[in-house]
Design a protein around this ligand. Structure first.
Ligand code: MN9
Length: 299
């Protein structure tokens, strides 16, 4: 069993006003995220806008993150790409800079066979020389691996677990039951309490960039049987997530962090900044949820 920590933020990628990546802004974001008590960082995934970046940009940001954060928490580098060549190149580049594991979405865009996908994962694990976490996110990758196929992939010793960004808690439970020695991280933030209550090794999510303490709190409340507290915390997260889903999750999170003085810059196009209405809704949520002082200080 690879013990990789439990509550991990799916890191945003800081960018400059011109849309270039900003490795110099990684440290303050990492410091803020860790100040909320999360146990680790998962970088260059969906939340990190990785599919909008070149391999060189991803390597640069991942290296800056590892240099600043290694030794402080669990670190996972997402290296998934549409081609095995791209993913293995990145896996080799970040294999020895301080990450505890790598992760990858299945190869996307083309409809690959199971054999293609299995070869891709084996090649990445070998290139990195680190445990590999499968990133299962069918809504975005377009690849919906069945329980049977996921279990087949998990037979491989190099594959340490799954980041499960889907909503089927029955499938999640079946996977965990069949492979108790693997690590399962739930990735749908708005349902984290449900996953924690029915059983999870942890969670990895986008909103953990801003409110990691809420998910640490849910995990602890569930562990101590305090369901009322867990529900109140999930409600707090979901009031934020409802705004983000309406106005753009990644642009909204970047807006909120900038607003409280953590400089992450804009998203890369074609993402656009939240509308004035979205900004107002986020300002209001921030003000009502304990961020008023940070907002004042930052403005
Ligand atoms: O994997 C994220 N999923 C996507 C993590 O980006 C699609 C989640 O953290 C969501 O952003 C979050 C809000 O829907 O659950």
């Amino acid at each position: 069993m690879h013990n990789l920590g439990s509550i991990l933020a799916a890191m945003l990628t800081p960018m400059r006003p011109d849309g270039s990546v900003a490795p110099e802004a990684v440290a303050p974001l990492v410091d803020y995220v860790l100040s909320k008590g999360v146990g680790g960082l998962y970088a260059s995934g969906s939340t990190g806008e990785s599919v909008l970046q070149s391999g060189e940009e991803r390597a640069e940001v991942l290296t800056a993150l590892a240099e600043h954060a290694k030794g402080k928490c669990t670190l996972i580098a997402h290296v998934g790409a549409a081609s095995t060549r791209e993913a293995t190149k990145l896996a080799r580049q970040v294999g020895d800079v301080g990450f505890d594991a790598v992760s990858a979405v299945p190869p996307f865009y083309y409809k690959h066979s199971y054999e293609d996908i299995a070869d891709y994962y084996r090649a990445i694990a070998d290139a990195a020389g680190l445990p590999l976490i499968i990133y299962n996110i069918p809504a975005l990758s377009g690849v919906d691996l069945s329980t049977e196929k996921l279990l087949e992939l998990l037979q491989d010793d190099r594959i340490a677990g799954v980041k499960f960004t889907a909503q089927d808690l029955f499938q999640y439970g079946e996977l965990r039951k069949a492979t108790p020695d693997k690590m399962f991280y739930f990735g749908t933030d708005e349902m984290f309490l449900a996953a924690a209550a029915s059983g999870t090794d942890g969670g990895i999510g986008s909103t953990y960039n801003l409110i990691g303490d809420v998910y640490v709190g849910i995990e602890q409340a569930v562990a101590s049987g305090d369901i009322a507290t867990a529900r109140a915390l999930q409600r707090k997260a979901n009031d934020l997530i409802a705004i983000l889903l309406k106005h753009g999750v990644i642009p909204g999170l970047k807006y909120a962090l900038n607003r409280i003085g953590v400089p992450v810059g804009p998203c890369r196009e074609p993402f656009r900044a939240p509308s004035a209405e979205g900004e107002r809704a986020l300002d209001q949520w921030l003000a009502q949820n304990g961020f008023a002082a940070e907002m004042d200080r930052a403005s």
